[in-house]
Design a protein around this ligand. Structure first.
Ligand SMILES: Nc1ncnc2c1ncn2[C@@H]1O[C@H](COP(=O)(O)OP(=O)(O)OP(=O)(O)O)[C@@H](O)[C@H]1O
Ligand SMILES: [Mg+2]
Length: 473
């Protein structure tokens, strides 16, 4: 099971794949030619003078043993090297992403030290791997050369006995020399392949990682004929290795109506959305759309019919237009502008230096939270789905932005089935149905008026509104 940090995964995908690729390409090309050369020359040596050939090949078994030994140790060493490099990468990614935080807490010194320690660790482990090589390589060369020395000695004796001409010995000598060049290349390959094997293991750990969400084998088409009615039937769910989040939950989102989900932080609200979108699957019970279990629908089909505005708005580095058309690649510019107007985002987008073609994100203009949110709402408007999940961002925005966002949400609501995970009073009041969730269980359910009359949890939430609602209505 790998649950790795993003930098660590990046290191596997980039560096380990590269090391594996080098191992495979060079390994197969150079390895095969070297082995063929060794075999061919050995045959030649035996054909020319069998008694000398035995001397030449005498060191080869010793060399093979040395190779095996080096292979075993180096592979282990390279494994630790690759792991350490992955750590260093994830540290780097974390530091770059969190650079503001590091500055605000004046943690530069600490991060610098952490980085230095990890870099040192990588250096030491790499040196250890190379240290072994620095012994193995010359030693293997030396052992190989012993064969040639023996040929010179034995050949000299044969010449003195008139059993061989000096010319024949010279020819033999050249052939024997040619035997050790490919053998040396094999030593180098041995070293490289040990590194590639360690990398290969890491790459395959990623590739062989079982998918958490299995796509439907015989998918049923998404039931798009009528407005979606969602039913959570006896749903039980826990994140891997954690406590129960949803405890035998029964919930219906009526077709064409808006349901608001409220409750304290950690109650399981976003989890309810995750199950409908199949980012996770229920561990018991079922979630269905118009009577069809979401697990029976192919993931692509399912998600293409659902508009989802996540709690933390995410935009890609690129222009506003590029970010918008992700939802609908064929949309015309007029449609994009209409969606932006609907989400009350056109006002600020039209004022950007290049309007729709302004770069946003890391390399462009940075947007405020409220602006990002309205862009993500516009993106969903452009997609125009009949089922919508809106996980309101918890961050506070000023009253004017709040009003804009509210208007944007109002525009989203008509003629759709909507699930809003609400943090704002203004959103909750408009809902056809309000569901109060605590510790994965439904405490109360009904309209705003009905719940206020009950004087129960919802009414209490209202009176403590500042606990869970960042801005007043
Ligand atoms: N990916 C995850 N892996 C493990 N545990 C998680 C994961 N996501 C959420 N949890 C846990 O599940 C519980 C419910 O989380 P959830 O995100 O559904 O809460 P929420 O009601 O949306 O809260 P908030 O109002 O803060 O957004 C929390 O205890 C949380 O720690
Ligand atoms: Mg949430």
């Amino acid at each position: 099971m790998i649950r790795e940090k993003s930098g660590e995964v990046a290191s596997r995908v980039m560096e380990d794949v590269q090391s594996l690729e080098r191992g495979l390409l060079d390994g197969s090309e150079q390895g095969i030619t070297a082995v063929l050369q060794v075999l061919g020359i050995t045959a030649m040596l035996f054909w020319l003078q069998p008694s000398l050939a035995w001397l030449v090949v005498l060191p080869i078994p010793v060399l093979l043993l040395m190779m095996r030994n080096h292979w075993q140790h180096t592979r282990k060493n390279w494994k630790t090297v690759r792991e350490s490099a992955g750590e260093l990468n994830s540290l780097l990614v974390e530091d770059i992403q969190g650079n503001r935080l590091i500055q605000s807490f004046a943690l530069q010194e600490r991060e610098h030290r952490r980085f230095m320690l990890q870099a040192n660790d990588l250096r030491e482990k790499t040196l250890k791997a190379m240290y072994r090589w620095s012994f193995y390589n010359p030693l293997a060369n030396f052992v190989g050369t012993l064969g040639i020395v023996a040929v010179v000695g034995m050949g000299g004796w044969l010449i003195m006995q008139d059993a061989m001409t000096p010319g024949a010995l010279l020819a033999y000598f050249i052939y024997a020399g040619m035997l050790y060049e490919p053998l040396n290349r094999l030593h180098g390959l041995n070293h490289m392949l040990a590194a590639a094997t360690a990398s290969g293991k890491r790459v395959f750990e990623v590739l062989d990682h079982p998918v958490d969400i299995e796509d439907a084998k015989d998918p049923v088409p998404y039931p798009a004929a009528t407005l979606p009615r969602i039913v959570y039937h006896d749903v039980h769910f826990a994140y891997q290795g954690r406590d129960t989040v949803l405890d035998h939950l029964n919930l219906e989102l009526p077709a064409g109506k808006m349901t608001a989900l409220v409750g304290h932080t950690g109650a399981g609200k976003s989890t309810i959305a995750n199950l409908l979108l199949r980012y996770y699957d229920v561990s018991g019970g079922a979630v269905s759309i118009n009577g069809v279990d979401v697990r029976a629908i192919s993931l692509k089909d399912l998600r293409s019919h659902i508009g989802y505005v996540a709690q933390d708005p995410f935009l890609f580095d690129g222009t506003v237009l590029q970010n918008m058309v992700l939802a609908a690649p064929d949309a015309t510019e007029d449609q994009v502008i209409a969606a932006l107007e609907g989400a009350r985002a056109w006002d600020f987008v039209s004022k950007l230096p290049n309007g729709l073609n302004t770069q946003i994100g890391e390399r462009g203009i940075r947007l405020s939270m409220g602006e990002k949110q309205r862009l993500t709402i516009a993106r969903v408007l452009l997609k125009n789905p009949t089922l919508l999940i809106f996980d309101e961002a918890t961050s506070s925005v000023d009253t004017e932005t709040e009003r804009y966002i509210q208007e944007a949400i109002d525009n989203l609501m008509t003629g759709r089935t909507v699930l809003v995970i609400a943090h704002r009073l203004s959103t909750v009041r408009k809902a056809d149905q309000i569901v109060v969730l605590e510790h994965g269980r439904i405490l109360e359910q009904g309209s705003h008026e009905a719940l206020m009359e009950r004087q129960g949890h919802y009414a209490k939430l209202w009176s403590y509104q500042n606990d869970w609602i960042p801005t007043a209505p």
